[in-house]
Design a binder for this molecule. Structure first.
Ligand SMILES: O=C(O)c1cc(=O)[nH]c(=O)n1[C@@H]1O[C@H](COP(=O)(O)O)[C@@H](O)[C@H]1O
Length: 236
């Protein structure tokens, strides 16, 4: 069975900011209310990889949300380059060829980096999946991709907590479920479509929740982060 994860370590704060200065100011304001930070496109392309290394050296955990997807050779070599940063998680899109290449890059690098497969983005509903040419409803597409991810040896799945129970049945207890699209009750939903509260996510057996704007746009980000951690602790 996997190691138990503390409620605080279950929260991953998405640092979707324009500059590393802005991100570092937010991290300082959050203080010890959070331990795990996600760096995605916006910050990653604006000096975020250097910040990732500094955060790791400072004892934080880092999720590199770069959602790699390319020909196999490029994905494999990209994963090998990123493995040196010391991050805990890296995302790739959950296409079989991409996942096989990422797992091979992970194994060649031998760094302990965990690769997560992004199944269907939480901003998609069934109509969006149809628009993108998929015949399956989102929940079925997530299940198909989760099964492929498990067979290939991916470390965890990114999906909505709405599909977490179904994904857990497919991937078993040893692989991680990481869910964005998390909104505390009453928070603005924005462009997300498959949203779940932090407490419901815990009850659905999610390992980590990813929360961006509800924390980063709050007047008191530390307070919102602490409330989310408390809500998760109460639901576990
Ligand atoms: O891979 C991700 O982290 C991700 C996958 C997904 O399906 N949906 C999703 O929202 N994300 C990321 O999770 C974060 C959610 O941010 P908020 O909507 O502001 O809480 C963003 O950084 C997204 O890029």
């Amino acid at each position: 069975m996997p190691e138990p994860i503390s409620p605080r370590d279950r929260l991953i704060v998405a640092l979707d900011m324009a500059s590393t200065d802005e991100a570092e100011r937010l991290i300082a304001r959050i203080g010890d209310a959070a331990s795990f930070y996600k760096i995605g496109y916006r910050l990653g392309y604006a000096g975020g990889l250097g910040l990732a290394e500094r955060l790791v050296r400072g004892g934080h955990k880092v999720f590199l949300d770069l959602k790699l997807h390319d020909i196999g050779n490029t994905v494999e070599e990209g994963v090998q380059s990123l493995a040196g940063i010391g991050a805990t998680f890296l995302t790739v899109h959950a296409y079989p060829q991409t996942m096989r290449a990422a797992v091979s890059g992970r194994d060649k690098a031998g760094s302990g980096l965990k690769v997560l497969g992004v199944t269907v983005l939480t901003s998609y509903d069934d109509a969006d999946a149809r628009d993108a040419g998929y015949a399956l409803p989102v929940a079925d597409l997530v299940a198909v991709r989760a099964a492929a991810a498990k067979a290939i040896g991916i470390d965890g799945i990114v999906c909505s907590a709405a599909e977490a129970a179904q994904v857990r049945a497919v991937i078993g207890p040893d692989r991680l479920i990481v869910t964005p699209g998390i909104r505390p009750a009453g928070a603005e939903i924005g462009d997300q479509k498959r949203v779940v509260t932090p407490a419901e996510a815990m009850r659905a057996d999610v390992d980590h929740v990813v929360v961006g704007r509800p924390i980063t746009a709050a007047a008191d980000p530390r307070d919102v982060a602490s409330r989310i951690v408390d809500e998760m602790a109460a639901a576990l």
